[in-house]
Design a protein around this ligand. Structure first.
Ligand SMILES: [Zn+2]
Length: 105
């Protein structure tokens, strides 16, 4: 039980050239800004009723990056993007699963 909890909690989040997360269980995640912006789960990027993505990846600037970020409670991260989009709340669990799904090594 404790292990599962630790898995979903970041020890440290760094936003440099990408999103870097060190989890409390020692795992590390790297996610590119573009990929994460593309996966934004907010209501203007995903249709709430159908669950279908309405965001067009082509509309995302190639040099998208985070201007700043803040924790939401103790369960999520909010990112203020350079394309002035800031309604996406990224749950830690989603970040962890997303990083895993991108990890092909
Ligand atoms: Zn969004």
């Amino acid at each position: 039980m404790l292990k599962i909890k630790k898995k979903a909690k970041p020890e440290k989040i760094l936003l440099g050239d990408e999103v870097y997360i060190l989890w409390q269980d020692g795992e590390e995640s790297h996610i590119s800004f573009f990929d994460l912006r593309d996966a934004c789960p907010c209501a203007s990027c995903i249709d709430e009723l159908s669950g279908k993505k309405t965001l067009d990846a082509k509309s995302i600037p190639k040099d998208i990056h985070s201007l700043r970020s803040e924790y939401v409670g103790n369960y999520a991260l909010r990112i203020y993007w350079s394309d002035s989009h800031d309604t996406g709340i990224f749950h830690f669990k989603m970040l962890r699963d997303f990083a895993k799904s991108r990890d092909f090594t």
